[in-house]
Ligand binder design. Structure first.
Ligand code: AHG
Ligand code: MN
Ligand code: MN
Length: 342
């Protein structure tokens, strides 16, 4: 019989709830609200994973027929994931305001519910063009403290904060298993959902991104649209060897999943600006910033090609950015190629 794969830390089982509570002890001033908010996000992850596992049976594959603010087709699961996160968080009194990839404007807390001190930004379903093909997708989130006055409805300014102000960030990947990865600024920790008990259990403690690259990850189909610096950098990666073998290329097309592999295996994920997307494709506030925070907390680095993503204050909620993220040396190297050739 297969042995049980319950993650054990020093002889004990660590649920996500226990871990978040233990992290809270690093912050004696903490009131427990952030702990509850993270736990609400883990619950959203479980609910989205459950919906996802029925895709193909329930009528939730395919497009809704709507086009979102990004000009992209909204998939039914995009909408379901967005509603799940919004509904679980609009009434708790923990949030001042939310913002999502799927909403043009910020999401106000309804007047009938109390407001709190945190701000939640999220990409409810990342990689949704992959949904119909049974491929891994994710959810990405960022949490800030409000900057607007307490006990008022949150504002756009609350949502336009640089990554340096993050209180917590993370992502959930829905793949062969469901994983929740988060940081509150005390390292990066990963949990795997045990579907038989419905709990996330600590499986990846204090993740550090390996310096030695295993993979690079980019949509090389766009090679001819890139700048000279990005092209030359990519050719350099193709010539690099890691110990004895060449570096492999892997690209799923769901950033949360591509980033997750980069974090665990070492390497770089990038989505450059190109001639058809001069600002890049990925969104600064709810895709690039939270993942750059996770990368930095794991010893890696996220850049827009010129500067640290975490130092950039978004000017609008749906602003796009080029992104280079992963092992620190590989990201600083692409910055030097861009500086030299572009
Ligand atoms: P989303 O599904 O949230 O709109 O994000 C899709 C993004 C990202 O996950 C991925 O890295 C990228 O789009 C893939 O784009 P290409 O198909 O152009 O490679
Ligand atoms: Mn996305
Ligand atoms: Mn999305």
């Amino acid at each position: 019989m297969a042995s049980s794969a319950v993650p054990i830390k020093s002889g004990t089982i660590v649920t996500i709830e226990r871990h978040i509570l233990e992290q809270q002890r690093y912050h004696p001033e903490a009131t427990g609200v952030l702990t509850s908010l993270l736990y609400d996000l883990a619950l959203a992850g479980k609910m989205i994973a459950s919906q996802m596992s029925k895709a193909g049976l329930a009528q939730i594959l395919g497009k809704t027929g709507d086009v979102n603010i990004q000009g992209e087709q909204v998939m039914k699961l995009d909408k379901l994931a967005d509603e799940t996160i919004t509904n679980l968080n609009d009434h708790t009194g923990r949030l001042a305001v939310m913002a999502s990839e799927e909403h043009e404007d910020i999401i106000h807390i309804p007047d009938k519910y109390p407001v709190g001190k945190y701000v939640l930004l999220f990409d409810p379903l990342d990689g949704s063009s992959n949904i119909d093909y049974n491929t891994g997708v994710g959810t990405i989130f960022a949490i800030y403290q409000r900057v607007s006055a307490e006990n008022t409805r949150g504002t756009m300014e609350d949502c336009l904060q640089p990554g340096r102000k993050l209180v917590a960030a993370g992502y959930i990947v829905y793949g062969a298993s469901t994983m929740f990865v988060y940081s509150t600024g005390e390292g990066v920790h990963g949990f795997t959902l045990d579907p038989s008990i419905g709990e996330f259990l600590l499986s990846h403690e204090d993740i550090r991104i390996p310096a030695n690259p295993t993979y690079y990850s980019v949509n090389q189909g766009y090679f001819t649209r890139w700048s000279t610096g990005v092209q030359k950098y990519t050719q350099h990666l193709q010539e690099l060897t890691s110990e004895t073998s060449a570096i492999s290329m892997r690209y799923v097309g769901s950033m949360a999943v591509d980033f997750h592999r980069t974090l665990l295996a070492g390497g770089i994920f990038y989505y450059p600006a190109d001639t058809s997307k001069p600002e890049g494709k990925l969104r600064l506030a709810y895709e690039a910033i939270p993942l750059a925070f996770i990368a930095e907390q794991a010893g890696g680095y996220g850049s827009n090609g010129n500067r640290n993503i975490l130092d950039i204050k978004p000017e609008n909620i749906h602003q796009r950015t080029p992104l280079y993220i992963g092992s620190r040396e590989l990201v600083t190297l692409v910055e030097s190629y861009i500086k030299k050739y572009d």
